[in-house]
Design a protein around this ligand. Structure first.
Ligand SMILES: C[S@@+](CC[C@H](N)C(=O)[O-])C[C@H]1O[C@@H](n2cnc3c(N)ncnc32)[C@H](O)[C@@H]1O
Length: 260
């Protein structure tokens, strides 16, 4: 593990391989919580049914960015939307395809990088992302621009990421994960690498202010910033997200934006 620079290309290559290799284990571990067709914004368990951040979705063309196994896109389909699920990982999309085969409910799946959306300008009413893509890209400003481009005027873009405050704490669900160790202002990426120094996994940090500026610079307007509280009934530990930490430090930030 290292803190070092990582370009968009290196991050894309590393994360594509990582998510391809991790897809089975990730869905084995979290598949029940995510369900085949639930829209969950993060480990706290806040759902779109409860949050209503996307507004009316019925009849709307919706892009899910970093869709993974497309659980959210399937929820959107059931709610009457016309969704497209985009993800970098072929294996994650393979799981989406398998669920489609098993349930007979198919939806369009697209393999692409969130920073280069292969769609015409103004082709979606809504874009959304639950921890998909945004935390993993070097060029998050580019993702904001791309989403703004493919949205129609009046469209919404809502995305969740690890809460920026978590950057200062070790990735540990227990007590050690409550001791601030790393500067919030250090944007140097978190990189896992092999013996030859080749990145195998990359996460990029932005402060809250960075995110707000990237949203504005893309011509979008931030209308809400939701920090879901950890509900007492959620006893589940998800990686470094746990009831212990969730009671004290926010774990997820959901940015709700509009294209005017
Ligand atoms: C934590 S999962 C989130 C997916 C789903 N919402 C879930 O909760 O399982 C992160 C997803 O982001 C995808 N991803 C990573 N980097 C990406 C990129 N640059 N463009 C698009 N998707 C990306 C991964 O392949 C993975 O499926």
């Amino acid at each position: 593990m290292a803190r070092r620079a990582a370009t968009q290309g290196e991050s894309v290559r590393a994360n594509r391989s990582w998510w391809d290799a991790a897809a089975d284990a990730y869905l084995h571990e979290h598949g029940d919580f995510l369900g085949p067709a639930r829209f969950v914004w993060g480990p706290e368990g806040l759902t779109e049914d409860e949050a209503g951040l996307l507004g009316e979705v019925a009849g709307r063309r919706v892009l899910e960015v970093g869709a993974g196994a497309a659980q959210c896109a399937r929820w959107l389909l059931a709610a009457g939307a016309d969704p497209v699920a985009l993800d970098l990982s072929r294996e994650m999309l393979g799981h989406a395809q398998a669920v489609g085969r098993d349930t007979g409910v198919d939806l369009p799946l697209v393999q692409a990088d969130a920073a280069r959306l292969p769609f015409a300008s103004g082709s979606f009413d809504i874009a959304c992302s639950a921890y998909g893509g945004v935390p993993f890209v070097a060029d998050s400003a580019g993702v904001m621009r791309e989403v703004a481009r493919v949205l129609r005027p009046g469209g919404r873009w809502v995305f969740s990421v690890t809460h920026p405050l978590r950057w200062v704490f070790p990735d540990d669900p227990g007590e050690p994960g409550l001791v601030a160790r790393h500067p919030y202002f250090d944007r140097t990426p978190y990189v896992e690498q092999d013996e030859s120094g080749r990145a195998t996994y990359v996460e990029h940090h932005r402060t809250i202010g960075d995110r707000v500026r990237e949203i504005s610079a893309a011509g979008l307007r931030l209308v809400d910033l939701v920090e879901p509280e950890w509900p007492p009934e959620n006893s589940r530990t998800w990686g470094a997200w746990s009831p212990l930490r969730g009671a004290i430090v926010p774990g997820t930030a959901i940015f709700a934006c509009r294209k005017d």
